[in-house]
Ligand binder design. Structure first.
Ligand code: ADP
Ligand code: MG
Length: 361
């Protein structure tokens, strides 16, 4: 019951040529996760959601939702499939203006033939109650506020009890207080076991969810980069992302060597590494182990000194490398990151000093 996108590319063609919008998206979302998708306007967030809901199709790559390969669904089966599997919520509510709120909520059940016809009314009322709109059930959409319309849109998205809720900037046109209450509704849905995937402009809201996916120019920022630098905002992450270089190293190889001059630092994406110091004789001594989401090589870059230790791959590893310029750019933009990295460097140097002293004895 998960959402799995593999190497999804999406391009649009126009008179001016082919315009790539998604450039190799790999994304897995587990059942019950609350995921916020953030990124600049035009970065491809809505297009990404449209891949998941099947509203649009990838140019290449695969999308699998709840054990269904979307490309294997014939077009006529797509809408009924979506109606049962995914509740979709848009920024501008998109309630049908000629139907009452209650009728709007009943519509997906009618459309998919879910629930016995006489149950539908009662179920729709129950859903309106859940979003505190039952007393307005017989009003038309235009007779209630934007926040209230969005509550009804959420009730409508829940009509067929879909396991996944996808929302595209659902709080984008609401004032912050109303946005908070709509957001709280989403949180309750997650507590009740729904998977919620929400595009949002609101950084505060994005930080309140379990997982944030940052889209930059049609690509997803590696989540280990975010783990390594948790204080960067979407723009800072985007800036760094575009400058990172992917490096693969085989098991057993020395990635950096104690005493060498330094030009790059690394974030670990997969595999583990040992930090080693030279003992003057025999084998080097392992002083630490690093795992995905950690960085190394920063000390010599910051201090303009030679490598203070060696780092060796324990297994095949994927790394993201960055140079001095990227590091100072990063540190100039985020004081929180400076503080955290300074703290980390202090601890690492203290540990190295202790270990080197022990080796001397
Ligand atoms: P976001 O939701 O992050 O603001 P979108 O996914 O809506 O970004 O759009 C990303 C890019 O794809 C934009 O440059 C937009 O112009 C382009 N785009 C989106 N949909 C279409 C379409 N149907 N035809 C052509 N270009 C499109
Ligand atoms: Mg959008």
């Amino acid at each position: 019951m998960s959402v799995i996108l593999k190497n999804v590319h999406k391009s649009y063609e126009s008179e001016s040529g082919v315009h790539p919008v998604l450039k190799g998206i790999d994304l897995t979302i587990q059942p019950g996760e609350f995921v916020a998708i953030i990124g600049k306007s035009g970065s491809g967030k809505s297009t990404l959601l449209n891949m998941i809901t099947g509203i649009d199709r990838p140019t290449t790559g695969s999308v699998r939702v709840n054990d269904t390969d979307l490309h294997s669904l014939p077009p006529r089966k797509l809408a009924p499939w979506r109606g049962r599997q995914i509740g979709v919520i848009f920024q501008f509510f998109q309630l049908l203006p000629t139907l009452s709120l209650l009728e709007n909520v009943m519509l997906p059940m009618d459309f998919c033939g879910m629930y016995a016809p006489r149950e539908r009314l009662q179920r729709a009322m129950g859903l309106l109650e859940q979003v505190q709109m039952a007393e307005h059930a017989h009003k038309m959409p235009s007779a209630v506020s934007g926040g209230q319309q969005q509550r009804v849109a959420i009730a409508r998205a829940l009509a067929n009890d879909p396991p996944i809720i996808v929302a595209d900037e659902p709080t984008g046109s609401l004032d912050s207080k109303t946005a908070d209450s709509v957001f709280t509704l989403f949180r309750h849905l997650v507590e009740r076991g729904k998977t919620v995937i929400m595009v949002t402009h609101d950084n505060d809201l994005a930080h309140q969810v379990q997982r944030t996916v940052v889209v930059v120019d049609g690509e997803i920022v590696n989540e280990y980069v975010m783990q390594a630098f948790p204080h960067l905002d979407a723009e800072q992450l985007g800036h760094l992302h575009s400058r990172l270089e992917r490096v693969f190293v085989p098991a057993g190889s020395m990635i950096i060597q104690e005493g060498d001059e330094a030009d790059r630092a690394y974030i670990i994406v997969s595999g583990e590494a040992d930090v080693l110091i030279h003992q003057g004789f025999g084998e080097d001594r392992v002083v630490n182990r690093l795992e995905p989401g950690q960085y190394f090589g920063e000390i010599a870059l910051i201090h303009g000194s030679r490598r203070t230790a060696s780092v060796r791959a324990r297994e095949d590893m994927e790394l993201l490398a960055f140079g001095k310029e990227e590091l100072s750019g990063l540190l100039n933009r985020s004081t929180m990151t400076v503080e955290e990295m300074n703290q980390e460097v202090r601890e690492r140097l203290a540990q190295l000093a202790t270990m080197k002293q022990a080796v001397m004895k």
